[in-house]
Design a protein. Structure first.
Length: 231
């Protein structure tokens, strides 16, 4: 059977994917500062030339890993918001359930922790991270605004503030769960995340009708008595 040759573009995409996979493992094991281009290319089985044909430096590679995770999350939430909605409460629960599960997705949670630490020490890296976070917050704020528009209920706080809280809380809960899984177990982590999302992306309270004021029955009319003519 003749082997099908792949195009140059397909070959480059394969190289890029292997570099991304290898860099994830290297960054997780050694950290951003200690990981070198040589470490990444060796793990992927490529040369430095292959690396620089796809990425300018390891910073670009690092943020591409974070960007891909963000795109996956955005795609899931976007699909929920675009689907036909019959019950706003069900939509809120669906989003809350998905958000409550994000803490245990360990594909990039360690990289987010690494990014925060590196940003504190490296001003150039911090500029990259802040730009990336601003884009993420805008995207999440857009989801909050869309949810409010669909349900007709304004959010509990400005959407941008909610976006910052949602992202920071997910990172914090993920970190706490990793450090203390006995006390902050999965059930607790999910409950915390779900509660915050429902509190910030609130649903209108069911309308409670005021009790009807009892009315006094109208006095019964007495039948007019016929007076006998006087004798």
């Amino acid at each position: 059977m003749t082997r099908q040759r792949i195009s140059r573009e397909q070959s480059r995409e394969q190289t890029r994917e292997r570099l991304l996979e290898a860099s994830h493992a290297v960054f997780t094991q050694k950290g951003f500062a200690l990981a070198s281009v040589e470490d990444i290319t060796a793990a992927a089985g490529y040369s430095r030339g292959a690396f620089y044909s796809n990425f300018d430096d390891k910073t670009e590679l690092f943020f591409e890993l974070l960007r891909r995770e963000s795109v996956d999350i955005d795609s899931e939430i976007h699909g929920m918001l675009q689907a036909p909605m019959s019950d706003p409460v069900q939509l809120q629960q669906q989003i809350a359930t998905y958000y409550g599960q994000l803490y245990k997705d360990d594909s990039c949670s360690l990289l987010w922790m690494e990014a925060r630490i590196v940003a504190l020490r490296d001003e150039k890296f911090r500029v990259h991270l802040n730009t990336f976070l601003d884009e993420r917050h805008r995207q999440i704020a857009g989801f909050v605004e869309t949810f409010a528009r669909l349900t007709g209920e304004p959010p509990a706080a400005p959407p941008h503030q909610i976006a910052i809280g949602l992202m920071a809380l997910c990172e914090g809960v993920s970190f706490a769960h990793r450090c203390d899984p006995q006390r902050i177990d999965g059930k607790t982590a999910e409950a915390v995340l779900s509660w915050f999302l429902k509190s910030s992306m609130a649903m209108p309270s069911p309308a409670v009708s005021a009790p009807a004021t009892p009315t006094k029955p109208a006095p019964a009319r007495r039948a007019a008595s016929k007076k006998k003519p006087a004798l």
